[in-house]
Design a protein around this ligand. Structure first.
Ligand code: BDR
Ligand code: CA
Length: 405
């Protein structure tokens, strides 16, 4: 079996093994070995159905989708609900692109459109952990769906709050549940704050968020991490094996008129709804003179979980800037070859490189810290998506939504 197909499904033990293997590699070989290191290690949960079309068709994998719909969230939810590989245990809306009063009904609308009212929807946080909510109506419209209007949902959320729901489900299926987080990480951090054991009980976390190549809401920060940087920091530092699908790859997922025409042509409710949202979002962007997008950021995180061959990864230690006046929400990716002193080819194989400490800013005179060292040596905590096969992604997204795949 192609080991790339296993990349999202690594267990905690495999993550540690792969991380150790990565230390002995370099450049793209570094990444290839990261992938190789999980080769042949089968997921405990998902089993192949014998298909060989790029990793899709396996499972089902238990997931919880944490989301702030959101144009691209809405399509990501529809994609997930049309994907037999996923056993969606819950959807947990959070405030982000628009306030919770809109993300919650938008999520409920999507489960109704997909005919999946069997999936519990649990209301999450109304505000970030320590900040005022900043929304992204400039990108998603006032209603969060690019202005596309759907009837009020009749389905109700469950009574259990999102963070509690996450804990209950993960405790029920220890080691089996993957969190797919496509909004600010407030709900996940709240669950971790309430029970840090959660980190050792989840299978992993796949997030759309962050960037190692500049932000979209500030030059430094990607929106989801910008909205709740403290929550993101808790998640990255929790010990959960994180897969980060950030702007480095999601910038290459611009929805086009042609995609929308394909969706419009398919006569099923999911495709029609996706087309309506996509058409409105494209018009929204054009009216404002935006040159690109709407990008299908969140669908790429889901698609990469369904078919990891869509993405390529590199191991990093990722941390989040939380105190910067201009840079809060920036994600920093450390590698053994990440500093000028470490750039000699092959040096990443040396203990000298991997033993280099991970440094933060120099301590201030006013503070209590005396050392900038955050970690004594390089230990990766995140697989960062660094390359994307955009056409393969859109084949999967549009194919699933339109019902042709
Ligand atoms: C992320 O921010 C939101 O606006 C999108 O839904 C996506 O999750 C992209 O930066
Ligand atoms: Ca989102």
């Amino acid at each position: 079996m192609d080991s790339k197909k296993e990349i999202f499904r690594f267990t905690r033990r495999q993550f540690v093994t792969s991380s150790a293997a990565v230390l002995a590699t370099s450049g793209l070989a570094h990444q290839a070995n990261a992938i190789t290191s999980v080769a042949g290690k089968r997921s405990e949960q998902g089993q192949s159905n014998g298909r060989s079309d790029g990793g899709i068709g396996r499972g089902p994998f238990r997931v919880i989708i944490d989301t702030d719909p959101g144009v691209d969230d809405a399509l990501a939810l529809l994609l997930a609900m049309r994907s037999p590989e996923l056993k969606i245990e819950a959807i947990t809306p959070v405030a982000g692109n628009v306030p919770l009063d809109l993300t919650l009904p938008n999520a409920l609308r999507m489960v109704e459109i997909a005919g999946r009212t069997d999936i519990p929807v649990a209301a999450g946080a109304r505000a970030p952990l320590m900040r005022r909510l900043v929304t992204a109506t400039y990108a998603h419209g006032e209603n969060g769906l690019g202005g596309a209007v759907f009837p009020e949902p009749t389905t109700k959320p469950v009574a259990t709050p999102a963070a509690e729901m996450i804990l209950q489900i993960v405790r029920k299926y220890p080691g089996e549940v993957t969190l797919i987080a496509i909004g600010p990480l407030t709900n996940i951090a709240t669950a971790l704050n309430s029970d840090p054991q959660l980190a050792s009980m989840v299978r992993g976390l796949v997030m759309m968020g962050g960037s190692l190549s500049g932000g979209n809401i500030t030059p430094a920060a990607e929106f989801n991490v910008y909205v709740d940087p403290e929550a993101a920091r808790i998640v990255f530092q929790s010990g959960i094996p994180v897969t980060m699908v950030g702007l480095d790859v999601t910038r290459r997922t611009s929805l086009t008129d042609e995609h929308v025409r394909t969706l419009e042509a398919a006569q099923n409710p999911v495709s029609q709804a996706a087309a309506k949202i996509g058409r409105n979002a494209i018009n929204h962007n054009r009216e404002r003179g935006y040159l690109v997008g709407p990008n299908m950021h969140d669908s790429l995180a889901v698609a990469g979980f369904l078919d990891p061959s869509i993405l390529k990864f590199q191991d990093y230690y990722v941390d989040v800037e939380t105190t910067g006046e201009l840079t809060a929400g920036e994600t920093l990716g450390y590698t053994p070859v990440g500093g000028d002193l470490r750039r000699r080819p092959g040096m990443e194989k040396d203990a000298a490189a991997t033993n280099m400490p991970i440094r933060g800013s120099a301590p201030t005179l006013a503070g209590t810290k005396t050392s900038p060292v955050l970690r004594d040596k390089f230990v990766p905590n995140t697989k960062v998506a660094v390359e994307v096969d955009s056409s393969k992604f859109f084949d999967l997204l549009i194919g699933r939504l339109s019902g042709s795949k």
